[in-house]
Design a protein around this ligand. Sequence first.
Ligand code: MTE
Ligand code: MO
Length: 338
Amino acid sequence: MLVKIKRSWELPDRAATPESLYLSRRQVSKSIAAGSILAAAGPILSACSEEQSQAEAANSGIPEEIANHQSGANAYYPAPRNSAYTMDRDLTPEDLATSYNNFYEFGTHKQISRAAQALQSDPWSIEIGGMVESPKRIGFDDLMRQVNLEERLYRHRCVEAWSMAVPWSGFPLARLVELAAPLSGAKYLRFETLHDPSTMTGQQAGFYEWPYVEGLTMAEATHELSFIATGLYGKPIPKQNGAPLRLVVPWKYGFKAIKSIVRITFTDERPVTFWQSSGPREYGFWANVNPEVAHRRWSQAQEEPLGLGHRVPTLLFNGYAGEIGDLYAGLEHEPLYM
Ligand SMILES: Nc1nc2c(c(=O)[nH]1)N[C@H]1C(S)=C(S)[C@@H](COP(=O)(O)O)O[C@H]1N2
Ligand SMILES: [Mo]
């Protein structure tokens, strides 16, 4: 049961902008063309140095199983919005959030949306292992039957100083932890993206240590804000945004939000993440947003919301400080903001 508390990021309690008020496509393209969004492009280390169908099937003679499989994804959306998560700013235009992406498996630039269509996201399963009662593999459709989908409006702050505000659909990561039944000694979750260089051609590049790996502490993973997104803008999540399921931890820099997850391992050792192994002097395990702690190569004080055309101040914990509370008490000696 969600208790409605006053949240730091509910400045004026303004509803999300209806689609009709989103910036026009032309305004958005102009802003990109002017280069205003590319806040901190750099060399190689840049990324992060920058219901109807079932009834139809019943009538059409299509076996139910096949019909469900074909239509299953769409049958879940739109999911009911959880009104506890309101937004202080306009939502990012859908066409921009789905065409300006970071997904290094398909290239180190932002225009990977077409290449990402090569991802085979159906069928899909996640392997759950390590310190759990019994390791298992859960099929995506099976997982979807065991969770309640909801929609949440969240901000997303890339470490490169661009940001967006989008409606994710999905379920609390805490629910997945519950289904995984970790042993009491488990301290961390280690997430892995699919490793398939034949379709994810970016993985043919030797420089990075594939697959993409991310990690969270158990306390972070079971925090109410931690979310597994399976949908975006009231539809199944596009491949370029991390189909069929990706992590969303809105108080952390965007690179923590690992896409297209195939494996979750519960462990008592802190995972070494993709970005830590690629650039240990620039990227750490925690990666909590803090405008006062600069990246080694640029300030984190401001960000440019995609399509806005100008910068706005970045907020501590990306505006979620009230929710975060004392999650990091006793960890002040750790590099919490890199
Ligand atoms: N597997 C994988 N996950 C990833 C990335 C990536 O390159 N590979 N990029 C991260 C970064 S740096 C950001 S900012 C977000 C971008 O998410 P979006 O493209 O949906 O906006 O995905 C994160 N998750
Ligand atoms: Mo990012």
